[in-house]
Every structure is written in structure tokens, then in C-alpha cells.
Design a protein around this ligand. Structure first.
Ligand SMILES: Cc1cc2nc3c(=O)[nH]c(=O)nc-3n(C[C@H](O)[C@H](O)[C@H](O)COP(=O)(O)OP(=O)(O)OC[C@H]3O[C@@H](n4cnc5c(N)ncnc54)[C@H](O)[C@@H]3O)c2cc1C
Ligand code: SF4
Length: 577
């Protein structure tokens, strides 16, 4: 039976009447656009993310001035590409639905208040294994989900780019690891990733730019278990600096990473790519919600209708890039249906929104006699990729990594309530064990399947736009992989000396809803992220992933964006834009 869930926005839903089938492109409309925030960019300036109350100068463009690139979304994909394109000399405007955060003022050690960093607007979730949609998957504001991400910066296993031809499952990407490798290097340098001298998995590679962080006690539990089982483990390559870098002081191991780093040690898109983009002449318009991409008679995108303040406005552009996250990107394309593409813009293949993948995140938890204090340090400091690189002894296709954990008290209590149904005295009793707990959570690849998808719902958001309806169900292979991960991680916790082992369910990282490919019949965009159907429409975010791989995706998203920036520069030089 289908389990439909309506996630509530941060304010009571103010749904538009059903007769408003399309956003009004121009003019004003009542209702709050920003849920308590006011735009911060404009008047020739944007916040200085490194200085309390400070500003940097920002170039601005008129709505009627066609910019070379209008980019929707300032997250891992959008911010990186904005930087690369602005540095290549293109005029760039970024439209970001959420606020331009000031890390030193807006990020606080308050788990409740920091929920504001997540995309909490309405989304519907259904299917046999309906995904929980909220803080566990996407962000809102300049920097996107990288503002509150856990900073894990791992590369894909090279074979995954040809998983069908080399490993017999999934689908091949239109690019190889070798093509992406220089851009992985570039992204790791830009993010000053702190990692081990020798990472035990994957091809030989250069040293990480910064030395690895000292391991916390939660990570040492994984290390002890792995060593007792005779398999390798490693310190997680993290995008938070282990020594000063420019205006970033080193990580202070407070552990508030998933709610925004008030120290500015975290190398998020907000503090890495955005300042570079601004310095190179890009404009970032915050609290600017894109509602529809306009297609001209010539079959090319003309620009974007977006709402800022009470106004619907229209930004003209020679090229449009959609980087809104793997739910909002297909949603915007579907909301941009027109005569030529009645089923969604650039959807000649019928694949926009389909083949959604996620990472299954089964967790195993155990009590230890000694104090662990797992909240100290970034939440995931030790990793095991054994099952990403071992192809024998599996009863499933694909791979998974798993990491040590460090949930903060509210998040841990929430897990105990939802997964163990604890309440009242029983919950208090279990919370007293908080400092003695350790756990492992997998990042487990799920199969790309057409039935898992994003569609439009009848429900409308506070802008009057149809919201996304996400449908998801695990395949048998997905389930076998999770069972395997549970067995293996449970054995590792016991090998490390843990007892009272129990398990939980979760997912993270939604990907793959506008897949890239070599054939227009089986993909939405080509290897450059360029739409097969609309030549000046591009996609640059996790929607591109044909398969999910068994590691966290943001480094690959940023590497792909760096590659797209370079490719666009080459195409422009050849007159092929
Ligand atoms: C709690 C948490 C921890 C995570 N930890 C890790 C980790 O350790 N390592 C890792 O690799 N990944 C991690 N991730 C995932 C990672 O952050 C995302 O996969 C990645 O940021 C996605 O990049 P993106 O460009 O697709 O979207 P995002 O970074 O989410 O950016 C999308 C942006 O587009 C904006 N937007 C959307 N629609 C519109 C619109 N219509 N108009 C204007 N703007 C719009 C959004 O507000 C958002 O800012 C984590 C995610 C979460 C939630
Ligand atoms: S632990 Fe480090 S990265 Fe995380 S919030 Fe604190 S300073 Fe920032």
C-alpha cells in the first residue's frame, strides 16, 4: 500500500488555490517568500562570509540584460559551476531560493534553530519505501546542502563509471574515471581536503592537500573492529581544514557540522566557491525562487521566471543551468512544460524525474563499557570501503561504504523515538547511555530504476508552484545489500567489544533524476550536462548521476561541475555554445 506523507513547511502550509496552474510570471503576489528572511544580496554587495556584518562588492545585472549563464541553485553543483564560469570570463547570475547565510552569525550550537538550513518546503513522498524528505537530504540557501553536510569527500571507484560493462550491473556513465580524475584533483585542492597520506582503496593518487585529522574515539571503534576482522580502514578525507587556511581557522572538533560550521573550518560551497565566484564578477541573488524556464520559438531557453520579494520577475539569459538538487531540478523542468515539451522541458526522452537513486543508510548501534563521547569531532571520521572494492563473497550487485558515527543528542533521541519507539522514562534511561554508544552507518548504492521518480503533485507551495511527489521502493538487490551491510557492521561492532547491538533504517543523498548519457533516447543530458533537446539548457548537480556508487556524492558533483566549466569554455572557444 502506498504511504504518502506530506512534509510540512517551516510555517503552516499556505497553499495556493488549485486554479493557479502555473506561476504568474510577472507582477506581485501576496504571501511571504522568505519565511522570516530578507534578501541580503543587492545594492552592489553580498555578505562577507568571513567577517561578522561585513560585505564584499558584487556586480549586478538587470533582468533585461541577457547574461551568459543564469544558474538555478547555489549548492555543490551550482556554486562550483558559477565560480568556474565567472573565472572563465562569462557573465553569471545565480538564483538561489534560500538566504545568503552568514556563518559567524547564523550558525549556532542549537540543533532546533539550525533546522532552518534545510529545505523544509512541502514535498510529497510515496511508494513502498517512501523516503523521509527533510534535513536528511537537502539544503536551502547559498551553499546548498554543503552548508550542513558532513564533509566526507570520497572519490568514486573507477569501475563504477562503467559499472554495466565492467561489473555487470547498473548503467555506464558517458565519461570515464580518467576523464574526471584531474577535476577530482581540482575539487580536492579547492576544498583543501584533509586526508590520510595513503588511502587504502582506489588507484594511486596524490596526497590530500591537508594532513588527516586526529581520529576521535568513535572512529577508533571502527578501527579496532576492522583490525580485529583483518580488513583495512582509513581516516575519512574531510573538507574541513586540519590547519589554518586563508581566513579559515582549523577545525575545533565541536561536532556541529551537520548544522552549519560557525568556525568556518568547513570548506563548504558557501565559503569556497561563492567568494571566488563573486570576486570573478558573478552575481548571487538570494531568496530568489525559480518557477519556470521560458522556451523561445527558436527552441532555445530565453531565461527564467523567478520570485523575489513579492515580485515575479524574468531574468534573460543566453544559457540556463539547473542546479537545484535531484528533487527540485526535475521539478523545475516539469513545471516548465510548454507546447513543444508538454511533458516537461527537455523531456523528449520521457526520463526527466525517473531513475531516482538514493543511498540506503542502515545503521548498527552498540553500547560500549568505556566512555566514547561520540559527539566530539566531525560526525564521521573513520571509513571502511571494503565492500566497494571487493567483488567476491557478495549476494548483491553494487557496493557500500560505512563510517563511524557521532549524532548530537537531539538527533540521537529522535532516532531512539522513531526506531526503538522509546518514550518517557525508557527514553531517558537509554539517553543516559549516550556517552557509551558507538555506531556504523552504511552509504549503500541503490539500483537506478525508472519506477523510482519525481513527479508533480496537485499540492502547491507558498509560491503557487506544484510541489514534487517522490516515489521510491527498494529492489530485491537493494534489500540484500542492506542485509549484508547490517550483518557485517554488526559483526564489526562486536569485534570491537560492543554489546546490545541493534539496527535502524535511513537513507541519504538523492541522485540521478536527469541522468547523463551517450544516447539521447536513454538520458536527459550528454556528458557535458547539456540537454539533448534544448541546446542552451544545462544541468549541473547530483541529478546527473546515472548510478549512485557506494560513497557520498558531493566531491563527484563538484568534480563534474569543474569539468563542465572547462568543457563550456572549450565549446565557447569553438563557437559551439
Ligand atoms: C545532513 C547531510 C549531510 C551530508 N553529508 C555529506 C557528506 O559528508 N559528503 C557528501 O559528499 N555529501 C553529503 N551530503 C549530500 C550533499 O551535501 C549533496 O549530495 C550535495 O550538496 C548535492 O548537491 P546539489 O548541487 O545536487 O544540490 P544542493 O547542494 O542541495 O544545492 C541545491 C540548491 O538549489 C537551491 N534551489 C532548489 N530549487 C531552487 C529553485 N527552484 N530556485 C532557486 N534555487 C533553488 C536550493 O535552495 C539549494 O541551495 C549530505 C547531505 C545532508 C543533508
Ligand atoms: S567540528 Fe570542525 S567542521 Fe564541524 S562544526 Fe566544528 S569546527 Fe566546523
Amino acid at each position: 500500500m502506498e504511504r504518502d506523507r506530506l512534509r510540512r513547511p517551516r510555517e503552516p502550509a499556505r497553499l495556493r488555490p488549485a486554479r493557479l496552474r502555473q506561476p504568474r510570471p510577472v507582477g506581485s503576489e501576496g504571501g511571504a517568500v522568505s519565511a522570516g528572511h530578507s534578501p541580503r544580496t543587492g545594492a552592489g554587495r553580498a555578505p562577507d562570509v568571513f567577517e561578522r556584518g561585513g560585505w564584499v562588492t558584487m556586480r549586478e545585472y538587470g533582468d533585461d540584460e541577457p547574461v551568459d549563464f543564469a544558474i538555478v541553485g547555489a549548492g555543490a553543483g551550482g556554486a562550483t559551476l558559477a565560480c568556474k564560469l565567472a573565472e572563465a570570463g562569462f557573465s553569471v547570475v545565480v538564483l538561489e531560493a534560500g538566504p545568503f547565510w552568514r556563518p559567524l552569525e547564523d550558525f549556532a550550537s542549537d540543533e532546533e534553530a539550525q533546522q532552518q538550513l534545510y529545505w523544509l518546503d512541502e514535498r510529497l513522498s510515496g511508494g513502498a519505501d517512501a523516503l523521509a524528505l527533510g534535513g536528511n537530504n537537502s539544503g536551502w540557501g547559498v551553499g546548498g546542502s554543503t552548508v550542513h553536510f558532513s564533509m566526507i569527500s570520497l572519490r568514486f571507484r573507477p569501475d563504477w563509471f562503467q559499472s554495466r560493462s565492467r561489473l555487470g550491473y547498473g548503467v555506464d556513465w558517458p565519461i570515464t574515471y580518467e576523464e574526471l580524475a584531474p577535476y577530482y584533483d581540482e575539487a580536492e585542492r579547492a576544498l583543501a581536503v584533509s586526508g590520510p597520506v595513503r588511502y587504502p582503496w582506489g588507484p594511486p593518487r596524490r596526497r590530500y592537500p591537508y594532513r588527516e585529522h586526529e581520529m576521535n574515539a568513535a572512529g577508533l571503534v571502527l578501527a579496532r573492529g576492522a583490525e580485529n576482522m583483518g580488513i583495512p580502514w582509513a581516516s575519512v578525507p574531510l573538507a574541513t581544514v586540519s590547519a589554518p587556511r586563508g581566513k579559515s581557522p582549523p577545525c575545533v572538533y565541536r561536532g556541529f557540522c551537520n548544522f552549519g560550521c560557525a568556525t568556518n573550518a568547513k570548506q563548504s560551497a558557501l565559503i569556497v566557491w561563492i567568494p571566488r565566484a563573486l570576486a570573478a564578477g558573478a552575481e548571487v541573488r538570494d531568496l530568489a525562487m525559480a518557477g519556470r524556464i521560458e522556451l523561445g520559438q527558436d527552441g532555445r531557453a530565453q531565461g527564467i521566471h523567478y520570485r523575489r520579494g513579492d515580485q515575479w520577475r524574468f531574468q534573460r539569459a543566453r544559457n540556463v543551468v539547473v542546479s537545484g538538487y535531484a528533487i527540485e531540478t526535475p521539478r523545475l523542468l516539469l513545471n516548465s512544460a510548454c507546447n513543444r515539451f508538454p511533458h516537461g522541458l527537455a523531456n523528449g526522452s520521457g526520463l526527466v524525474g525517473t531513475h531516482l537513486t538514493t543511498h540506503a543508510g542502515p545503521g548498527m548501534w552498540a553500547r560500549f563499557d568505556e566512555e566514547i563521547r561520540w559527539y566530539k569531532g566531525p560526525p564521521n571520521m573513520a571509513v571502511c570501503e571494503h565492500w566497494n572494492y571487493t567483488d567476491t563473497g557478495k549476494d548483491f550487485h553494487g557496493g557500500y561504504a560505512f563510517m563511524s558515527q557521532g549524532p548530537l543528542p537531539r538527533a540521537w533521541a529522535q532516532l531512539l523515538v522513531t526506531e526503538k519507539n522509546l518514550w518517557g522514562a525508557a527514553l531517558r534511561r537509554e539517553m543516559r547511555d549516550y556517552n557509551h554508544m558507538a555506531g556504523l552507518v552504511a552509504v549503500a548504492e541503490t539500483e537506478p530504476r525508472a519506477c523510482n521518480r519525481v513527479e508533480l503533485a496537485d499540492v502547491r507551495d507558498r509560491h503557487g508552484l506544484p510541489v514534487a511527489h517522490v516515489t521510491f521502493a527498494y529492489s530485491d538487490n537493494d534489500r540484500r545489500m542492506q542485509d549484508h551491510a547490517r550483518r557485517f557492521m554488526g559483526a564489526m561492532l562486536e569485534a570491537a567489544g560492543g554489546h546490545d547491538v541493534w539496527t535502524s533504517d535511513d537513507t541519504s543523498h538523492i541522485l540521478g533524476t536527469c541522468r547523463m548519457g551517450s544516447d539521447r533516447a536513454t538520458s536527459v543530458v550528454n556528458a557535458d550536462g547539456r540537454s539533448w533537446d534544448v541546446p542552451n539548457l544545462w544541468i549541473c548537480d547530483g541529478s546527473l548521476f546515472p548510478t549512485a556508487g557506494g560513497v557520498n556524492p558531493s566531491l563527484t558533483i563538484q568534480a563534474l561541475a569543474c569539468r563542465m566549466g572547462a568543457r563550456i569554455r572549450t565549446l565557447a572557444a569553438r563557437g559551439e555554445l
